[in-house]
Write a new protein. Sequence first.
Lengths: 442, 439
Amino acid sequence: MRKPALPCLLGLCLLTAAALPAFADRGDLLIKNGTILTVTKGVIAKGDVLVIGGIIKQIGENIAAPAGVRVVDAAGRFVLPGIIDSHTHIALAGTNEGSEAITPEADVGTVINADDTSILTALSGGVTMVHTMHGSANPIGGPNVVLKTKWGRPSEELVVREALPTLKFALGENVKQSGRTVQPGQTQRYPATRMGANAIIRREFQKARNYMEQWDRYNKAAAAKNPPKNLVPPRQDLRLEVLAELLRGNMVARCHSYQATETLEFMELAKEFGFKIACFEHIWEGYKIADELAAAKIGISVFADSWAYKMEAAEGIAYDAGYCAKRGVLVSINSDSGERIRRLFNDAAKTMKYGGLSEEEALKLITINPAIQLGVDRIVGSLEVGKQGDIAIFNEHPMSAYTRCDMTIIEGDVYFDRDLVLKEREEAAKKAAAPRGEGGVS
Amino acid sequence: MKHSRRVSSLLILSCITALALAAGPPAGDVGPTYAIRNCRIVPVAGPAVEKGTIIIRDGLIEALGPVDKVRVPDDAEVVEAEGLIAYPGLVSAFSNLFLEQPARPEGQTAPFEVEAQVQPAAGEDRFPPGPGLLVLDQLKPKKAALESFHKAGFTTVLVAPTRGIFQGQSVLLNLNGEPLGPMVLRNGAALHINFTTERGGYPSSLMGTIAHIRQSFIDAEYYAARQAQYAKGPAGLKRPEYDPRLEALVPFVRDRKPVVFQCNNLEDIKRALKIVGEFKLNALLAGANEAWRVADVLKKTPIPLLVSLDFRPPATSMYMTQGEELRKKAEAEIYPANAAALAKEGIAFALVSAANADGGAILRNVRTAIKAGLPKDVALRALTIQPARYLGLDRELGSLEPGKIANVVLVKGEIFDDNAQVAKAFVDGVLFKYAEVSK
């Protein structure tokens, strides 16, 4: 399709930050002579990765470039799967529906903001996929969404439809807001305690069960041979419908949770109502219940540091991620931020010092592990033939303190190229410094 | 039969009396029949007439054509218009004219989410009356505002409410004077929805707002269905409870009365289209200054666009979040080029004055859009017949044709030229004089 002149104009404005992907590539790319960290299939010291039509077609040595395919020289560099952030809030127009405690109808998938420059920040750190989530102001927040960081593409093209549908829950201080000053004329929002949070979630699940029963009764009656006269259907309730989806097993829970006790209580709730928890978020005291988490096959998505940054994190320790990983819990390191997202590899590497993970194990925390948590390990999370060509190229081993991301590739298209960005920045600076009338900015 | 004929002739009689009373010429002017002579006529509905005559009688256009083809009636007051160009009165299908509360400028619409940590007390209404509100009840016509619009060529406006998510219902006015009643073309013209938040309550975020809009339409459909079921056979059925809010929504979700979504950025357009599709609404999108960014979508899903002539980027636009330089560029270059880009893609739209209250500024912005590549004839259609069509008024106005309402502006110079000056405006056949024309 013919492109109007305006997007180019717009592109120029944003190019100061990063290059738009070269779509002429059309998902075809050959990366040559890099150290290939496949994550799941070992390391190839000097190898190539061929992506055709967005899918990894071949991994090995001395792959010949098919005609017309762009070749990226990765000699002396490290090629790894695109980094996946299991918990962040970027690329959204709003994160919390804080007015009420229970808001599962408020779906972040309806407010994707593909213009958020945090997407660029993420790309500069090798991140190709994010689980962007409802905030933690509500005991039951809303559905989250998994996006690829395809900067410059329309919002609907960012959505990863293969991912598990997830629903955000939250416990603890963010939810009870006991520290918040209540303004005159306002009432303190219920719940104000941890037991209240548990109670209101249970109450809401009871409502959802009743709702499902009402519909079952109605559907049965309506399907009968002689449906009763004056049959009235129940009111469709968007709020309860999302909870019903969770109870039916069509969604999984992701629960913001700091302390061990409230976490165990939530696991009891899940058992009682029969829903699945995919992952606990942040979970500072995860190390206290590592065996319970591993036995229940519930993952955790945590910070690498910031332990004890607030009261309810007082018993957080640096060894949380590493220890839990060694006890068999599926661990990922998250950013929860549009800034930390660019250095998830540094955060993952901290588990080597605190927890004694190997390079390979540490790298898993930001690649295949979050992919499993999001239900997308079939398509991303490692470099394997048949998976999508989401790839990052680093100058040093990604777990080195001296590493940086040079190139970020999604489905074979280059979305971030450090050399290009630096060149553009230089040119922009030159232009800005030039005197007026000689191409300078007035 | 006889009876009904008498009733209808009585009705006509009373209409004529009403017209004579309401739309009577202001003091000093002579009579209700005018012959505008020797002007260039741009009827929009057909080719221009180089030297023509327009006959106005009783508020309607009786005839128009070349001077040698149109006879001037004996009772007509002749308006000598040599050197002037006659256009149909411009139509703004979205304005905030006469609104007592100054409209919140688009540049300052609510942010994505507000801090709101309160719950309404039990028994308190969870939502403001919104959908049932008629903006007509809030209007305070002012002569200066009226004249400002006339001088920019506008004779017809839709006045939209400005507050809340379900903002209320707009009114269509023909700007024929100051008393409100005779101006009304249609009350409750459309329901207006904005992707904003409620202050101090639910919903306090955009995602909450989207859920709230959807739930409201679901509830209105349910309400209508329950009412209909009860009306059909009340025996054995519990009477559905009256709900003024849902009652007000029913015509829009059931009977396809028009719904206008305020779209402040590209994502708002997609959000609106989703809701429109889900509830099969008869919808228009207002604002739409980032419509060029979704040209492919709009080509696939044609929908009436009310493109704003207010080029200040709204708070929720990406152009507000990336520095002052980009904001300025958006206002000066990017937004003004929107209409031209749409025209190039063959996407239909109307241009609207939006929150802009100053006629001069509105015309200036039309000129800016033209300088950015919008063809003049497309601009003229986008301010006449196109909005008339969108509002279902194209049988009675939007072009100069016999039988249509006499909304005519006489302009010295071409209407979108820098020095154009509206010399006279006829609205419902009422003459307003603005500038003496030197020959």
